[in-house]
Design a binder for this molecule. Structure first.
Ligand code: C5P
Ligand code: MG
Length: 213
């Protein structure tokens, strides 16, 4: 079988999961400041592709996002692989990753088992999945608050309910799969940004300490 494109000795991949509104993007933003990660949000990459002129996937992505369903994995995996390659070229060729090693936080991915398996087989083996957990009540209120300014077509009650359903049916099995392999750090994300960040930062520190040991 072919090797993954990126060697996990040279590239650290941490997946970041949690329901919609759990705080993935916010926490990734904070971790970027601490660890010089490249933060790749699968949802943002898909929205970018959706709006790219001439994209053959625009309509497909728009429908999936509105309905809270998962875009076929080939599309998302290719976007991630391309973004990883671009970041590696850019950041290892000047300031940035001077040790030549890449560090990626991959946010909102893998949302479904097939994505997890294919990505690790073809692109890169992950080191850990950070799982931000809180109640649907908390997530709903955060998303409705965000919806006032996000301009996102899926930050409305109807889409949010569908996103919760997809999360329970498709994403929870991914978290359970990695938990069985002892590759999940569950972090309660109900508290303040600062409180959650402290815990997340300690988790990431441990990943790098173990990698360099
Ligand atoms: O993570 P985010 O909330 O930005 O994702 C928005 C939507 O993008 C999801 O509800 C889903 O429709 C799509 N998505 C996907 N596969 C992923 C990540 C996001 O289909 N891995
Ligand atoms: Mg996000």
């Amino acid at each position: 079988m072919a090797e993954p494109v990126f060697d996990s000795n040279k590239v650290t991949v941490i997946f970041v999961l949690g329901g919609p509104g759990a705080g993935k993007g916010t926490q990734c933003g904070r971790l970027v400041e601490d660890f010089d990660f490249c933060h790749l949000s699968a949802g943002d990459l898909l929205r970018g592709e959706q709006n790219r002129e001439g994209s053959e996937y625009g309509d497909l992505i728009r429908t999936c996002i509105r309905e809270g369903t998962i875009v076929p994995m080939e599309v998302t995996i290719k976007l991630l692989e391309n973004a990883m390659a671009a970041a590696l070229t850019e950041r290892t060729s000047g300031e940035g990753w001077t040790d030549g090693k890449g560090r990626f936080l991959i946010d909102g991915f893998p949302r479904k088992m097939d994505q997890a398996l294919k990505f690790e087989e073809e692109v890169c083996v992950s080191s850990l999945t950070i799982y931000f957990s809180t109640t649907e009540e908390v997530m709903l209120s955060r998303l409705l608050e965000r919806g006032k300014t996000s301009g996102r077509e899926d930050d409305n009650v109807e889409s949010i309910k569908k996103r919760f359903r997809t999360y329970r049916s498709d994403t929870m099995p991914v978290i359970e799969h990695y938990a069985k392999e002892n590759k999940v750090a569950e972090i309660d994300s109900t508290g303040s940004i600062e409180e959650v960040h402290k815990v997340a930062s300690a988790v990431v520190n441990k990943v790098f300490a173990e990698k360099s040991a």
